[in-house]
Design a binder for this molecule. Structure first.
Ligand code: NAD
Length: 243
């Protein structure tokens, strides 16, 4: 029976590429988006040209009610969720002392709370079926911390903590939970970097290049096909950060 995957924040960047890659592997994709409706429609149309039908569903996954509705839609239509990719995220550059309670709420809710609630919504079904795969897209900054990105770093470190703890709790239910911690990936999230900054970053990276969404999608593809990897933070970063 065909596998069912929910990907949050899938209208562009890394999430979009994951959706495309998995769809081509005969996995039924539910691509969540929040604001970028046009991009989500384009993704659907692009795949339709290859006779691949996906669902695009609007939901702000940092809100419990919207996350719940998204998962309920999927369970009603397909009766199960095999794969959850918690990809939705935002970045924020600010001096720590300028961060406000509102910033904390926005970044932590979008990057971390969303994964908490999405996982809670899909897990009763996965546990019932004794099968499932959750992948959290964290970041190297959760591993080593980034100056001017304290909230982002906290949110991604939190995701990795959740990955490890949940993997232990859910292993007996045959549910694997892993993080992929990307290094610098060429998406809109890094649109502010200048050409010179990108060149410098390439020089600092042993593989001498910036990553692409495809690099992350390939790792997701592998993790889904795997059966013995759980509780791991797999950093796809060209060797930029080696811990
Ligand atoms: P992006 O900004 O292109 O994509 C993020 C997506 O998340 C967007 O489609 C956005 O609309 C969606 N999103 C944000 N808030 C949402 C919400 N509340 N509900 C639903 N969707 C929401 O950036 P990207 O580079 O593709 O990032 C994808 C993930 O990868 C993020 O979690 C990011 O932190 C992580 N990451 C990216 C990089 C990088 O260098 N690009 C590095 C490390 C980690």
């Amino acid at each position: 029976m065909e596998k069912i995957a929910i990907i949050t924040g899938a209208s562009r960047g890394i999430g979009r590429e994951i959706a495309k890659q998995l769809a081509k592997n005969n996995i039924k994709i539910i691509a969540n988006y929040n604001q970028s409706e046009q991009e989500a429609i384009q993704l659907k149309q692009e795949l339709e040209k290859e006779n691949i039908i996906i669902d695009i569903i609007k939901a702000d996954v940092s809100k419990r009610e919207e996350a719940k509705k998204l998962v309920q839609f999927v369970l009603k239509k397909y009766k199960k969720v095999d794969i959850l990719i918690n990809n939705a995220g935002i970045s924020e550059y600010k001096m720590f002392l300028e961060e406000t309670d509102e910033d904390w709420k926005r970044v932590i809710h979008t990057n971390l709370y969303s994964a908490f609630i999405m996982s809670q919504e899909v897990l009763p079904n996965m546990i019932h079926l004794k099968d499932g795969c959750i992948i959290n897209i964290s970041s190297i900054w959760g591993m080593v911390g980034a100056s001017l990105e304290v909230l982002y770093s906290i949110s991604k470190a939190g995701l990795d903590g959740m990955t490890k703890a949940l993997a232990k709790e859910l292993g007996p239910s045959n549910i694997r939970v892993n993080s992929i911690a990307p290094g610098l990936i060429n998406t809109d999230m890094n649109a502010d970097l200048t050409k010179d900054e990108l060149e410098q970053l390439k020089k600092e990276t042993p593989l001498g290049k910036i990553g692409t969404p495809k690099d992350i999608a390939k790792c997701v593809e592998w993790l889904i096909s795997d059966t013995f990897t759980t509780g791991q933070v797999i950093s796809v970063n060209g060797g930029w950060v080696i811990t």
